[in-house]
Design a protein around this ligand. Sequence first.
Ligand code: GRF
Length: 199
Amino acid sequence: ARLVVLVSGSGSNLQALLDAGQDPSYGAQVVAVGADRDGIAGLDRATAAGVPTFVHKVKNYAERADWDRALTASVAQYEPDLVVSAGFLKLVGEAFLDAFGDRYINTHNALLPAFPGIHGPRDALEYGVKIAGATLFFVDRGVDTGPIIAQVAVPVEDDDTEETLTERIKDVERRQLVDWVGKLVRDGWTITGRKVRTK
Ligand code: GRF
């Protein structure tokens, strides 16, 4: 199966997918990596793995919808079976969701529906929850609101900082992403209302 991965940062989740794809039995290979900015480690990881990249910056388009159409066209060129947002910090628009809404997944570093948005671990710490984690879900038109595929929990320790909690979450988040992307592409899936099932 063909994966297109979208990134905005360090790309450690992308790296986990690149590594998993080295084993043919995994069943999924990253065929392209897209970003909304240059100069990020995620793009370097793709290049190091021999995977083509593309960058579309919102500021280079007159309208947000133009950016969205350009992103959609670049992703479509690679005919993905699954599109993975792995630390991609932009909300996609109508064109993208029309094209890929049935196969666009995101990994979030909190246990949704708690702590959506870009500061999941920080918000969890500030709230004082004792369990944090990561959520893999199909993206819909809301912010971190789509049907949930899988979740994994980690404890919050008394002496955690934003950094230590973030790293503890990312460890299990990467494994969850690799395991479930593999399962989805090997088994296929259905989405009925909010219920995601592998076949
Ligand atoms: C992940 O923890 C994701 O949940 C959050 O940003 C992180 C991306 O990390 N939105 P990386 O770029 O894959 O290293």
